[in-house]
Design a protein. Structure first.
Length: 230
């Protein structure tokens, strides 16, 4: 049996194991253990710490509407959807064009060359369909709305947001635009996660958020910040 086949079968076994345990989750501790396994084994940049903090916030706030800008493989959206499923209420709206041209838009060709090269080569269609398969296998599609659009296009479809996760683009231009477009839609007392916060391109977005929000929590050694809108 070839290594590629073995890897594929291992992946199928892992997904089967997780989806079986998420179908009838009836205990918070068990749910957290499943999320701890899912996060590092799902395409994306969501640590166990981040996934558990996202889940905890959902269980605490009991939101009606969550929004994530920048879904990729679903590593940080799935813990949110799992929390909503546990509560049997609410939806998470995932926004991502899954388009390499949009992924490198606004990036500096010199300073961000490494990232431009990476995003230009990755098969985002494959990532997208893999993500949809996971939603189906984990039985989470009831609590998810997926918009295969840019954040600018999707903004016109947004109503009130209880929890917002901004993690869609490295560039300063796009991140600031996302904050300006979506922060007004977050309810008073609502929460905003900002990912990749240590990147120098995120400082203007942080400054803008601080004009209307307070910092509630900092995780991942400062790389992810939770704000609460005043």
């Amino acid at each position: 049996m070839g290594e590629a086949v073995k890897k594929y079968l291992r992946g199928l076994f892992f997904i089967f194991f997780i989806c079986q345990t998420l179908y009838a989750e009836d205990d918070v501790d068990k749910l957290k253990r499943r999320v701890s396994i899912i996060c590092p084994n799902t395409p994306g940049w969501c640590s166990e710490e981040k996934g558990l903090n996202f889940l905890d916030l959902v269980l605490e706030v009991k939101p009606k509407v969550c929004v994530e800008i920048g879904v990729f493989g679903g590593a940080s959206l799935i813990p949110v959807a799992a929390g909503l499923k546990f509560l049997n209420a609410g939806i998470v709206i995932g926004i991502d064009p899954w388009n390499s041209g949009e992924a490198i838009k606004h990036l500096d060709t010199l300073e961000e060359k490494e990232h431009i090269d990476w995003w230009s080569k990755i098969n985002l269609s494959e990532i997208y369909y893999s993500f949809l398969e996971r939603l189906l296998l984990y039985d989470l599609e009831k609590h998810c709305v997926i918009l295969k659009k840019t954040s600018e296009q999707a903004a016109f479809e947004m109503g009130e947001i209880d929890i917002l996760h901004i993690d869609g683009h490295r560039s300063e231009t796009q991140t600031v635009q996302d904050v300006r477009l979506y922060l007004p839609k977050v309810v008073s007392g609502g929460h905003i996660w900002l990912g990749d916060a240590l990147n120098y391109n995120k400082q203007k977005a942080i400054d803008f958020l601080l004009t209307q929000c307070d910092v509630i929590k900092v995780i991942e050694n400062g790389n992810c910040i939770l704000f609460k809108k005043r």
